[in-house]
Write a protein that binds this ligand. Structure first.
Ligand code: GFB
Length: 474
């Protein structure tokens, strides 16, 4: 019903504004045929594209341009920019495409730290890169691009640490889908000479083939999180070596662009990994309420886990939370994160066979006097069947198709992490950032580190070092 109403609205919009400059411009930019393209998309996507086109029209008319006459040399910084009249500047970023959900959450912390430093000198806001096209998000028939952060995380909580906005808000404020300066970050071609570590950043020729190409107006098109109308006005490669704050001088002194994007931002390191600022940024990444609710309902209905009894009371405002160490008890279950897929294809020594994992789980259940084990895993159907036979005590959060469509692969991953974070004892997979984020969530809740920093050992692993305890700092 909602879909039908939306479709009717979109059709009406198209009828009224079908000949607006923006449509013509967009059709010119994408000669493949905007109309055909639009028809193939969902009503939501068509409405979103339409709104972007209209914003673009506003932007061009403000710039005093006729359709198609916007000169590439003309910096948008010199143009009157609509609602962004407050003069604030926008930091956008993206990450190497193969990187997964949980490393991206880590890169967010590095960018938040950079914004924090920038804010000492000027008014900056961090633009949250929409989620999508992640290698691991393979559920079929589900639209998984251009996902706003609010679908996974609580925006108010993020904003209590540094100012952030969604990409769609940036489009509206910026008055058009142009990013004035894109910096593609890379290492140094000559590498790092041992013993001479220095933090540096230099403009260099691009080492890898650039993932951006010029359109006929001289603007750069690229992935841009699936926003086809977005263009970069300038693209430059920078070799970087050091922590996020090395970009401060570039952003404050070398470039006057109001919107700057750092692509391949994972090339910047943490300013102070595990320090107070790191933990503040990490604590501000609160899961979206609707996902927490699903996790809590599962805990209550399936594994009899309740915040009060488990001593894991959740307080909405993270800034007022300071859990006393070792106070959380956790629900009456063992939680496991068992990473499979690409972790086993690589035949890694530190990943256990299913049989070995099942033995470890049974031994822990006995030792901890627990009866239920919650297993979060990306195992395929065949491995899941094997697990069910090997571990009859296993419980899992298995979404219906409708739930999966609603929460998406990212949301289901968060629900799994939330349930793992509330268990009496947790054991994860070696070097998986998915497991690391669970460690942090448990650290925030105040669990005894002995119940958290544990991992499976590979069947033939000789030196099975356990994960490092990163103590929370307030
Ligand atoms: C070595 C690196 O490892 C990195 O993986 P790693 O850190 O485990 O962790 P992530 O970067 O999150 O990637 C794993 C993705 O697989 C799915 N996944 C894995 N385990 C689970 C689970 O227990 N439950 C659910 N629901 N989903 C799971 C989920 O989509 C998650 O974001 C890769 O992203 C990099 O590409 C690279 O391969």
């Amino acid at each position: 019903m909602l879909e039908e109403t939306l479709l009717a609205e979109v059709t009406l919009f198209e009828e009224i504004h079908g000949n607006c400059d923006a449509w013509l411009w967009a059709a010119e930019v994408r000669p493949a045929g905007l109309a055909q393209d639009m028809a193939a998309r969902s009503p939501q996507a068509r409405l979103s594209t339409f709104l972007q086109c209209c914003l673009l029209a506003v932007f061009l008319s403000r710039a005093g341009c006729q359709q198609g006459e916007f000169s590439p040399g003309q910096s948008a910084a010199s143009l009157p920019v609509g609602a962004a009249a407050q003069q604030r500047r926008y930091l956008l970023y993206d990450v190497n495409p193969p990187e997964g959900f949980n490393l991206r959450r880590d890169v967010y912390i590095r960018m938040a730290s950079l914004v924090k430093t920038l804010l000492k000198s000027a008014d900056w806001v961090l633009v949250l890169p929409p989620w999508g096209r992640l290698y691991h998000w393979q559920s079929p028939d589900i639209h998984q691009v251009r996902i706003p952060w609010a679908e996974f995380f609580d925006l108010d909580s993020l904003n209590q640490h540094v100012p952030v906005i969604e990409y769609e808000d940036f489009l509206a404020e910026n008055g058009g889908p142009f990013i004035e300066q894109v910096y593609v970050l890379q290492g140094y071609a000559e590498g790092w000479k041992e013993g001479t570590w220095e933090e540096k950043v230099d403009q260099r020729t691009c080492i890898d083939q650039l993932m951006y190409s010029e359109d006929k107006h001289g603007y750069y098109r690229g992935w841009f999180w699936g926003y086809e109308e977005t263009r970069g006005l300038n693209v430059t490669c920078l070799s970087v070596q050091g922590s996020a704050s090395i970009m401060t001088s570039v952003l404050l002194k070398n470039v006057s662009a109001r919107s700057v994007m750092l692509d391949r931002a994972e090339n910047l390191l943490h300013d102070h990994y595990g320090g107070r600022d790191y933990w503040n940024a990490r604590r501000s990444i609160v899961f979206a309420q609707h996902l927490r609710v699903v996790g809590d309902e599962f805990r209550a209905n399936v594994i009899q886990s309740y915040d009060e009894a488990d001593k894991t009371i959740f307080i909405e405002d993270w800034t007022s939370v300071k859990a006393k160490p070792n106070t959380a008890l956790g629900g009456p279950y063992l939680a496991v994160h068992l990473r499979r897929k690409d972790f086993i294809w690589g035949h890694r020594e530190d990943v256990p066979s299913l049989r070995r994992a099942a033995e470890e789980i049974h031994s822990l259940l006995k030792k901890l006097k627990l009866k239920k084990v919650f297993i979060a895993t990306d195992a395929d159907r065949e491995d899941l069947e094997k697990l069910r036979k090997l571990i009859p005590e296993m419980v899992r959060y298995e979404p219906t198709w409708e739930e999966l469509e609603l929460y998406k692969d990212g949301g289901v991953a968060i629900i799994d992490q939330w349930i793992c974070a509330h268990a009496r004892y947790f054991i994860g997979t070696s070097v998986s950032t998915f497991s690391f984020r669970i460690h942090e969530e448990r650290e925030i809740l105040g669990f005894d580190p002995k119940t958290t920093y544990n991992r499976f050992c590979g069947d033939k692993e000789k030196n099975c070092e356990q994960p490092t305890h990163w103590k929370i700092v307030y």
